[in-house]
Write a protein that binds this ligand. Structure first.
Ligand SMILES: Nc1ncnc2c1ncn2[C@@H]1O[C@H](COP(=O)(O)OP(=O)(O)O)[C@@H](O)[C@H]1O
Ligand SMILES: [Mg+2]
Length: 350
């Protein structure tokens, strides 16, 4: 394909979240594996301070360093540009940068503003899932203001409603950052303090004794759902170190669960994906309570880990979609969504 026919692809990585480093790793793999003939690629790093820089390709891990770049001008330099926000966590996966793409008038990979924001906020996401009657762990939530005014009352409410142990999480975060499994009242108190370091809202859940089954979802209005894979955490739960550093966790594809359970989770994943208004891609994570309530939906990740050893691309590879083809499909989905959204952007009413 001649250069001029290549699709301009702006990969944006790094970001102002504790998941900055993970994003730098994911982006290096995406760049290394995408079809260089098909895309005119620009790498834009967001530093931890929030500056946009033009970055160089690096093997294994990009770094958000380089000369300043005017992201808005770059995005708008061609009518064909597709933005690929390879960003995890707040200010990346939560609808904020998606708003910038909407303002710029460019196609982008993944969920839009609302879907990203809803899926990112564990409290709001749980409210939606309850609304659709989708089974999940029992949960409650508190604001930092409520906690500060009466910490012991909040701890008591968690213990009486959910029992011990319980999981305490910041409403907006990822990669298990700020999450604790609390086994005593004192630990619940400490866990809440930790969660409020990251977000003014904390979500508390009953601890599920279950298996972690994950599904890759791909599509816009009519998404397809992959075979499920199982995470076998190497630590007491699938925490930050276990996810990225210890390497003790492992995965099994397909998950060794009954066919009906697999099919039920696939159906729930598609229903929830549509209900949350997601598009592009997402990983649906379940806690599967064997001999109990069965499938409990834990969360959606709208920009899941994307290295070739990450669950999301591995699930599609198992189902016959190779890594580079997956990127092509994501770009095509971004373009399709953009065409639909743009058609409804009406500036004059006559
Ligand atoms: N209610 C729960 N019961 C049992 N384990 C849980 C529960 N909530 C979270 N976990 C464990 O903690 C991990 C991280 O929690 P999760 O809600 O997925 O947060 P994150 O968005 O940071 O990935 C899960 O992968 C799982 O191992
Ligand atoms: Mg998770």
């Amino acid at each position: 394909m001649p250069k001029s026919e290549k699709t301009p692809l702006v990969i944006i990585f790094g970001g102002q979240s504790p998941e900055h480093e993970i994003s730098c790793i994911t982006a290096a793999y995406i760049y290394a594996n995408l079809d260089k003939e098909a895309y005119e690629t620009h790498l834009v790093g967001i530093t931890k301070q929030g500056a946009f820089v033009s970055a160089e390709p690096q093997p294994e891990k990009l770094s958000a360093e380089g000369p300043a770049v005017d992201l808005l001008s770059l995005l708008q330099s061609s009518g064909e540009t597709v933005a690929f926000p390879v960003l995890h966590g707040p200010l990346g996966e939560d609808g904020t940068i998606q708003g910038l793409f909407d303002i710029a008038g460019v196609a982008y990979v993944g969920a839009g503003v609302l879907g990203s924001a809803v899926a990112m906020d564990k409290r709001v996401c749980k409210l939606f899932l309850d609304h659709y009657g989708i089974a999940q762990a029992k949960w409650t939530s508190f604001t930092e203001t409520e906690f500060d005014s009466s910490p012991q009352d909040v701890v008591q409410a968690c213990v009486s409603e959910l029992g011990l142990p319980c999981f305490v999480k910041p409403a907006n975060m990822g990669s298990s950052i700020g999450i604790s499994k609390a086994k005593t009242e004192d630990e619940v108190l400490e866990a809440l303090k930790l969660a409020f370091k990251y977000d003014p809202v904390a979500v508390v859940e009953e601890a599920i004794v279950g298996r972690e089954i994950e599904f890759a979802v791909l599509g816009n209005e009519d998404p397809k759902v992959s075979t499920g894979g199982e995470i076998l955490p190497g630590a007491e739960f699938y925490d930050y170190n276990d996810k990225y550093f210890d390497g003790k966790s492992s995965s099994v594809i397909p998950a060794d669960i009954p066919g009906e359970a697999m099919a039920e989770m696939q159906q729930i994943a598609a229903q929830a994906y549509k209900g949350l208004g997601l598009s592009g891609l997402s990983r649906a994570d379940f806690l599967y309570e064997e001999n109990g309530r069965g499938a409990l939906l834990n969360e959606f990740n709208t920009m899941p880990g994307f290295t070739p050893i990450s669950m999301y691309p591995k699930l599609w590879e198992h189902d016959g979609i190779a890594y580079a083809a997956l990127i092509d499909e994501l770009v095509a989905l971004a373009q399709a969504r953009f065409a639909k959204v743009s058609a409804k952007r009406i500036t004059d009413v006559s």
